[in-house]
Write a protein that binds this ligand. Structure first.
Ligand code: MG
Length: 279
């Protein structure tokens, strides 16, 4: 692991929560970093595993925080899930255990949604704060009793971190409930660390993953995905993972760089040129 990059990359892919902002506050250095990359006309993309918001909501949030961002610069698991279904299971009837943004996007893509277990081809496990026994029974009937449905999940996160060290159970808990009662395993997981997320983020850019830098606060998702996609990676210590956890990984799974604040991923030469200090 090196401390900080000495080069600029051709594109930058950012995790958002814990990397760019925490809750409703931008993290130190994020605003001037993004402004500087855009001033240099270097593509910037933002990723999230959270399927309870759609890209419009993220674009609005970043814009409200002072980083004007268009919807095309955002990829999240609402987008990857809808695209995976269209690419791999066209015509499938789905049962989303999901909140409004994913249900809305499925409907907008013309994907049929059903609660009839005898018709469901795909059960979608997701981060759903209205999960209940009725939904679990439908998933169970579709997968175990009718022996027809496959299980996919939007993202593998165990919990969603909140400011102050709290959090909320995430998609992995719902996937585990369905797998436990049906004895089956999910066939796809459509968020980080699956490289499907990087493919979505870099769609339309004429760059190869090796020339892009992935920046995030979680080793198990952000940094693992970069390693699997052949990208350089930068762990920022403003969120979930620690330097000690990073150093405990085998060398090939460690981030390329570790920084204390996100703007340190610009080379020292850029800091000098812009007259930046860490204050
Ligand atoms: Mg994060």
């Amino acid at each position: 692991m090196a401390h900080r990059p000495t080069r600029l990359y051709e594109a930058y892919v950012f995790d958002m929560d814990g990397t760019i902002y925490l809750g409703d506050e931008l993290l130190p250095g994020a605003a001037r970093l993004i402004a500087e990359l855009r001033r240099r006309e270097i593509p910037v993309r933002f990723l999230s595993n959270n399927p309870t918001r759609d890209p419009d909501m993220y674009a609005a949030k970043l814009t409200d925080l002072g980083l004007p961002t268009g919807v095309d610069d955002i990829a999240n698991t609402v987008v990857t899930t809808v695209r995976w279904l269209a690419d791999h299971r066209p015509g499938a009837v789905v049962f989303p255990i999901a909140e409004e943004p994913l249900c809305r996007a499925l409907a907008a893509a013309g994907i049929e949604i059903s609660e009839d277990p005898s018709r469901i081809d795909i059960v979608i496990s997701s981060y759903d704060r209205h999960f209940d026994y009725r939904k679990l029974q439908i998933a169970f009937d579709a997968i175990w009793f009718h022996k027809r449905a496959e299980l996919i999940e939007t993202n593998p996160d165990r919990y969603c971190p909140f400011p102050g060290g709290r959090g909320e159970p995430d998609c992995a808990a719902i996937t585990a409930a369905i797998e436990a009662c049906t004895g089956t395993k999910k066939v796809a997981s459509l968020g980080k660390p699956d490289p499907v997320m990087v493919e979505e983020a870099l769609r339309g850019l004429d760059v190869t993953p090796a020339d892009c830098l992935m920046i995030g606060d979680r080793l198990m998702t952000d940094i693992a995905m970069a390693a699997d996609a052949g990208m350089a990676s930068c762990l920022v210590l403003t969120g979930d993972s620690t330097r000690e956890q990073s150093e405990a990984l085998p060398a090939h799974r460690q981030p390329t760089y570790v920084v204390d604040r996100v703007d340190e991923l610009l080379p020292a030469t850029v800091w000098a040129e812009r007259g930046w200090t860490a204050a």
